[in-house]
Design a binder for this molecule. Structure first.
Ligand SMILES: *Cc1c(COP(=O)(O)O)cnc(C)c1O
Length: 375
């Protein structure tokens, strides 16, 4: 058995340890109150999260997948509709579209940013298209202005998949306020993570917010009055209390991620063999992941492992080539996303990395320059 990596790819135990006293107090509050699903903690968190994103409303739901699905239903997407999205994402983006009986249609991504290519979005639109779901992949905002322009010109709704981008901004506007609605995940490893499942929809539209609020709780308006077929996708009080604690640290945590990213960028400056993330221009990314690209991805992963650095791949299979979506597109149809899936490698980036660990990752990246590799 090989030794665990010196720098683990992720380590949520450190997050718990760092925030333990605040978390313990928040959990004790919930236990003392004796109310566990959709209550004062959820309301308080919804208010704080809406304020943080600059959106008028935030509605807590059971997970990020449901946040996408319910946001889409709330903006009018239903069975048989087509929704254009990215094939380079967690498969849950597309599964959320399928969950409501709609059909995901995959457009290609931009070769530099790996987020949806607006021209490819336009080409994917058919008379059945009802919405576009851009993904703020790895914490980098998608190129929203041209995507919104294409969507508005065709009368399509836009729902942001912001599961990886809590606190990011695009041209001075916070993610979560850019489109008709935005969907967030609070899966534990996200920038803002619960200690269990959770999600939220943000929107400026009071009707969309009210509809998600109703849908998440069985389609009830008042108790036992089900006006439509909603789902059970409620946020619980323990997770909301924990999220309120973590939200207070989000800006500092994101700043730390950006500082670590800057160290990795500098390390890669003299390493043409390994390409770092493209500059973010006038966006402010939050580095949910720090993703490099190499034509020899598996070799690179092996050399980093030998140096004690944990890595992961996001994502090894584009969604249109997943067995679940066999037939959505043929291999070769979305060449940029397919090439990315073969070359991307994520290296450790989280707020709790210490200086020695950041130096170890930066050093291992720097050592990938051809002469230093000694072959
Ligand atoms: C995590 C994630 C989801 C799904 O969120 P869950 O809370 O796990 O349901 C959807 N899209 C993206 C881009 C994600 O990273």
């Amino acid at each position: 058995m090989s030794a665990p990596p010196r720098v683990p790819f992720g380590d949520l135990a450190r997050t718990v340890a760092r925030l333990r006293p605040e978390i313990d107090a928040a959990v004790a509050d919930v236990l003392d109150n004796g109310w566990f699903v959709l209550g004062a903690q959820v309301e308080a968190f919804e208010g704080a999260f809406a304020a943080h994103s600059g959106a008028a409303h935030a509605v807590g739901v059971g997970n990020g997948t449901d946040a996408i699905a319910l946001a889409l239903r709330a903006v009018g997407v239903g069975p048989g509709d087509e929704v254009v999205t990215s094939p380079l994402s967690a498969a849950f983006t597309a599964l959320a579209i399928s969950q409501i009986g709609a059909r995901p249609v995959f457009a290609d991504v931009d070769a530099d940013t790996l987020t949806l290519d607006p021209a490819s979005v336009e080409a994917a639109i058919t008379p059945r298209t009802r919405a576009v779901v851009p993904v703020h992949l790895y914490g980098r905002p998608a190129n929203m202005d041209p995507i919104l322009a294409v969507a508005r010109a065709r009368g399509l709704a836009v729902v942001e998949d912001a599961a990886q981008a809590h606190g990011a901004s695009y041209r001075g506007r916070r993610i979560g306020t850019l489109a008709d609605a935005a969907a967030f995940s609070f899966y534990p490893s996200k920038n803002l993570g619960a200690f269990g499942d959770g999600g939220a929809v943000t929107t400026d539209d009071p009707d969309v917010a009210a509809r998600v609020r109703r849908l998440r709780n069985g389609g009830q308006t008042t108790r036992y009055n089900h006006v439509e077929r909603g789902v059970n996708s409620r946020l619980d009080e323990l997770q909301a209390a924990i999220l309120s604690v973590r939200l207070r640290h989000l800006d500092a945590d994101n700043a730390r991620r950006r500082a670590v990213a800057a160290r990795y960028d500098a390390a890669l400056a003299g390493v043409p063999e390994v390409v770092g993330p493209a500059p973010a221009g006038d966006s402010l990314p939050v580095f949910h992941l720090y993703v490099v690209r190499s034509p020899d991805r598996d070799g690179l992963a092996g050399r980093l492992a030998a140096a004690g650095i944990g890595t992961a791949v996001h994502y090894p299979t584009p969604i249109h080539l997943q067995p679940a979506y066999g037939g959505a597109a043929r291999a070769g149809e979305l060449p940029v996303a397919e090439a990315a899936a073969e070359s991307v490698l994520s290296v450790p980036i989280y707020p709790e990395l210490d200086e020695a660990e950041v130096a170890a990752v930066a050093g291992a990246l720097e050592a990938q320059a051809e002469p230093a590799r000694g072959r």
